[in-house]
Design a protein around this ligand. Sequence first.
Ligand code: FES
Length: 145
Amino acid sequence: MYSEKVMDHFQHPRNVGEIENASGVGTVGNAKCGDIMRIYLDIDENQVIRDCKFKTFGCGAAVATSSMATELVIGKTIQEAMEVTNKAVMEALDGLPPVKVHCSLLAEEAIHAALWDYAEKHGIKIEGLEKPKTDISEHEEEEEY
Ligand code: FES
């Protein structure tokens, strides 16, 4: 039921981890399944995404989509990264079963939330980017303990 690419990214996820002093961090959750995804972006002065890492407390499809999403946004400008939609991620993975589509949405939302965080920190506006509905990152500071 899963494509080879999904299985590959699930079993060998790319870019797992965190980025210290990230330019932007976004954390989103899906209330229904309880899965959580956090994306870290390292963005250079030309607004190019130098690096992207993720952490997912979620299902296999969530792991695979976030892994693929990080690969797709690295090296892109923030404007190009806006085009990395859940559809684009699913296509890159050769599809997902219908019940797993929401998992790929989580990846898109997490990237948007991280871009929003970056934009807020730098006082800029990113064309087409809306405030994330489900950013739950306010609590991330406490995690150090
Ligand atoms: Fe919720 Fe996959 S089941 S993210």
